[in-house]
Design a protein around this ligand. Structure first.
Ligand SMILES: [Zn+2]
Length: 375
C-alpha cells in the first residue's frame, strides 16, 4: 500500500478551506480516495469494498483527531479536590469541610468532601478507643503485674500511637512537603506496633519469658528496626519530587477519587513483602502456645489470631493489589452506598483497609486478653 499525500497542504488545511484531496493506492492497483477537511472525513471507495482491517485502519487515520471527545481529567485544577487551598487549614479541610472555591457537580465527594476524610476519621476514632483501653487496662484488667501483662499494656499504647500517627499522616497527605515526614512517622509507628505486639505475644505464650532465650525475644523487634532504618535511609536519599505521585488522576467519569502521595516506586515490593512477613511473625509463638496452654485453649487463641491475619490479608490485597472499588467508582460503576456526598466521604480501598485494620487490632487485643486470663 502506498500513500500519496503530495496534494495535501497542511497550512491550507489548518485554515479550514478548501478541502484537499488525496488517495491511497493498494498493491493490486485498487485505489481509495479521501479528502482532508476541518469536518469529519468522508471516505469514498470507488472500485471495490475494502477488507475490514484496511478499512478500519484508514478510517482511524482520517478521522481520529476529531472523533475523540474532550477528556475530563481528575487532576485538572477545576476537578482537583485533593489539594488544599493556600491559607486554609488542612485539618479543617480534610476532616470537616474542604472548600475549594468551586462547585464539583461530577464528584462523589460532593462540593466539600475530601478523599482522605474517611481514612483519617477511622484511625482517629480508633486511636481514641485504644487510648482509653491503654489507660484503663492496668487498673481494670490487670490482676497481677507480670511481664506479659505490662507488655500487653505497652502494645496497647503502641497501637494507639500507630492509629494517631496514621490519622496525622492522612490529614497532612495533601501536602507534598509535610507528608514526606508524616508518612515516615506512620510507618515508624506501624513497625513499633508490630515489634511491641510480637514481644507481648511472645511473653504471653511463654508465660512471661519462662525458659526463653534473649535472642528469641529480640528477634522480631530487630527485624522491624532493620526495615524501618532501610526505608528511613531511602527517604533521606531521595527528593520529594522523585517519590511524589498521583493515583487516578487521568480521564474519568466520577471525580473526587484522585489521591497524591509519596510512593516507594522500585521498593514497593520490598515494603509490601516485609510488612507481610512482620505481620505474620506472630505465628512463631504457636508451638509455645500449645506447649504452655494445652490443646483446647491454644487452639482458641490460634483461631483468633488466624482470623486477625485473614482480615489483614484481605485488607492488604484490596489496598495494594486489587485497588478496588476505586477504579470502578472512577468509571461511574461500583456500589452507590460507598459514596456519601453529604459527609464528603468515599469508601475507597485504603479507607476499607483502615476499617479492616481496626477490626484486626481489636480482635488481636481480645486474643491477648483471653490468653492472659488462662495464665
Ligand atoms: Zn493509611
Amino acid at each position: 500500500m502506498r500513500f500519496d499525500l503530495s496534494a495535501v497542504d497542511l497550512k491550507e488545511c489548518s485554515a479550514c478551506e478548501p478541502s484537499s484531496y488525496s488517495q491511497i493506492e493498494f498493491q493490486d492497483g485498487q485505489q481509495l480516495s479521501f479528502s482532508f477537511t476541518n469536518r469529519p472525513a468522508v471516505v469514498t471507495v470507488p472500485t471495490r469494498r475494502l477488507s475490514q482491517p484496511a478499512a478500519i485502519k484508514t478510517m482511524m487515520f482520517t478521522s481520529s483527531s476529531e472523533a475523540k471527545p474532550k477528556c475530563s481529567r481528575a487532576d485538572d485544577p477545576e476537578n482537583d479536590q485533593y489539594s488544599v487551598r493556600p491559607g486554609v487549614s488542612m485539618c479543617w479541610s480534610v476532616l470537616c469541610k474542604n472548600d475549594t472555591g468551586r462547585s464539583h457537580p461530577g464528584s462523589l465527594l460532593g462540593d466539600f468532601g475530601h478523599i482522605e476524610r474517611l481514612s483519617s476519621w477511622v484511625h482517629l476514632l480508633a486511636g481514641i478507643v485504644f487510648f482509653i483501653y491503654a489507660v484503663a487496662r492496668p487498673f481494670v484488667l490487670t490482676q497481677e503485674h507480670t511481664a506479659a501483662e505490662s507488655l500487653t499494656t505497652l502494645s496497647a499504647w503502641s497501637i494507639t500511637f500507630a492509629f494517631f500517627s496514621s490519622a496525622i499522616y492522612h490529614v497532612t497527605s495533601p501536602s507534598k512537603r509535610l507528608s514526606r515526614f508524616t508518612r515516615q512517622l506512620d510507618y515508624f509507628a506501624i513497625y513499633l506496633g508490630l515489634a511491641s505486639g510480637y514481644v507481648a505475644d511472645f511473653a504471653i505464650a511463654t508465660k512471661s519469658f519462662q525458659n526463653t532465650s534473649i535472642l528469641a525475644i529480640v528477634d522480631g523487634p530487630i527485624a522491624c528496626a532493620v526495615v524501618a532504618v532501610f526505608f528511613f535511609v531511602r527517604r533521606c536519599m531521595l527528593s520529594s519530587d522523585e517519590t511524589w505521585d498521583t493515583f487516578l488522576g487521568g480521564c474519568t467519569l466520577s471525580f473526587g477519587l484522585m489521591r497524591r502521595m509519596h510512593v516507594d516506586r522500585g521498593h514497593t515490593g520490598v515494603r509490601q513483602s516485609t510488612s507481610f512477613l512482620l505481620s505474620i511473625s506472630y505465628f512463631v509463638t504457636v508451638p509455645l502456645l500449645y506447649d504452655n496452654f494445652g490443646t483446647r485453649e491454644a487452639t482458641t487463641i490460634f483461631i483468633l489470631e488466624i482470623m486477625c491475619m485473614f482480615i489483614l490479608l484481605i485488607g492488604m490485597i484490596l489496598d495494594n493489589k486489587v485497588v478496588q472499588p476505586d477504579s470502578l467508582l472512577s468509571e461511574g460503576r461500583g456500589a452507590g452506598f460507598l459514596a456519601c456526598k453529604r459527609g464528603g466521604c468515599v469508601g475507597n480501598a485504603h479507607s476499607i483497609w483502615h476499617i479492616l485494620s481496626v477490626i484486626a487490632a481489636v480482635k488481636s487485643a481480645m486474643s491477648r486478653e483471653y490468653a492472659l486470663t488462662l495464665s
